[in-house]
Design a protein around this ligand. Sequence first.
Ligand SMILES: [Cu+2]
Length: 460
Amino acid sequence: MNATRRHWFRFAGLGALAPMAFWRSQAAAQSTSASPAAEPSAPAGKRLYTPVRTLNGWTLPHRMVNGVKEFHLVAEEIEHEFAPGCRAKCWGYNGTTPGPTIEAVEGDRLRIYVTNRLPEHTSVHWHGLLLPSGMDGVGGLSQPHIQPGETYVYEFTLRQHGTHMYHPHADEMVQMAVGMMGLFIIHPKSAEAHPVDRDYALLLHNWALHPGTYRPDPSVMVDFDLWTMNSKVFPAIEPLVARSGERVRVRIGNLSMWNHPIHMHGVQYEVTGSDGGRWPQRLWRPETTEIVGVGQARDIEFIAVPGDWAFHCHMSHHTMNAMGHEVPNTLGVDQSGVEAKIRQLLPGYMAMGEGGMAEHQEHTDSGHMVGPPNTLPMMMGKGPFGNLEMGGMFTVVKTRDDLATGDYRDPGWYPNPPGTVAHRVSSDPGFGNPTRRGPPPGPPAELEAKPVDHSTMKHG
Ligand SMILES: [Cu+2]
């Protein structure tokens, strides 16, 4: 058997894991969500703070009992949808992953009941909070584990403000890998200087939901295939909506296994806080990308400017959904002679990647590329000008001039003022006289793109 032949078998053996081979697009509609999206009530009269808005998520209601704010978390197995077409059995709190956001004010006395409806023991660690040692939630160290069926109570006074998180400190590798985490936002006890008009919160995570499977794999250490904001992937992540001129804060926590450089287009945001609270203004610094490290929280703030602005992790694989690995690199390889031969071994094989991977979304969206069940295509999402070719940790900041205070509804795509959109001036590859280095370019014919007519393609 020659080397090429072995190459094919290697490809065939990988079967459905090949990145270019087999994904069928499921409904790739922008911004749909099955999770409960509690509407934080608009500030009624004079409020000390703007309630936090957990994208695709919700805030846990509390009740006041003799001056104590009581919350009740239930750790339990849930069914979760990452985006239409991909669901999994996960573990979370009160029906969702991430669990509901706990929101309170510095100085509050809190009583938090935790009921364990999981098949194994758990605990809750209040990540970043200053509290008595016995309330810190490390199973075996600071308290006995909460056994299945049991309810424990935590009680402490909030002595700080900032962006915090909660998660189990019991069988952590498994329990966090399958979704157990939430945000814990504490507002300062007095009104902030430079108050924010919108206060968004995101929790970053990664998942190993192998193609065709239904349970996230907790044993994976680096090679994840779903990269989520609040346990959703693009295009199911809600947009961050704002009115032009509003001050917007985005609180970002990271309980994944990777650091995430969070990049925003259109503004220089300022990094203004963390789980250390809102920093003194002399420590704020302008950035357009901020690494949110594992276990860290970062707050960014900006004054919203009109437009549709990408907001995403800058690790390019973190803005993709499931993909294959260790497959041959076909970039620049003429596959026209081999596709039919490979199909004898692997029915339905499609030669792809010769000129890049952008055509992947065309293949999946047109429906003739069939993938494993319950597995999202690597690239998804439609914009006003075509495919977005994104997945994972990607969403859009949508700023408009005419939104009402507290209106978080998706305003649709940005109506660009006339004359402000990049546009074609030529279809001739030899256009103009650009300064360049290297040998003279080949004749224009070599640069000709080969269009793919997906309406007539038949595969397999
Ligand atoms: Cu990332």
